[in-house]
Ligand binder design. Structure first.
Ligand SMILES: [Zn+2]
Length: 120
């Protein structure tokens, strides 16, 4: 399988995810992302009212968005390391190849179509 195309897609997604993560949190000492506390956001120079409203989302809400993004980033990193190891595109459950159509839509997919349906 030619993994170059998936690698490119994954690296792009990784970049986007990291940018998005940086807008609402930071990496703590253990390497996990955590949401920026309200107090720190207010301390940052906020230019205008609209910007303020955007940033005024709940800390809770930001934390939950952050953990979704973080787990997506985890999947992307995992897929990238599988490419490095030559193990990319193998279903975690049945160990068969993941359909390429599926990988095109979701390059960080961990299971094949059949197993995904079984899980749901
Ligand atoms: Zn499978």
């Amino acid at each position: 399988m030619n993994t170059d195309i998936y690698k490119t897609k994954l690296e792009e997604e990784k970049k986007l995810l990291e940018e998005e993560l940086k807008t609402m949190g930071k990496v703590d000492k253990t390497g996990d992302w955590e949401a920026t506390p309200e107090s720190e956001i207010k301390a940052q120079d906020v230019e205008d009212e609209g910007d303020m409203a955007d940033r005024a989302e709940d800390y809770e809400e930001r934390s939950s968005t952050l953990s979704v993004l973080e787990s997506r980033l985890g999947d992307v990193n995992r897929a990238l390391s599988l490419i490095e190891n030559g193990q990319y595109g193998i279903c975690e459950i049945c160990k068969n190849k993941i359909e390429e159509v599926r990988l095109e839509v979701n390059p960080s997919a961990r299971t094949c179509e059949t197993c995904m349906k079984k899980v749901i």
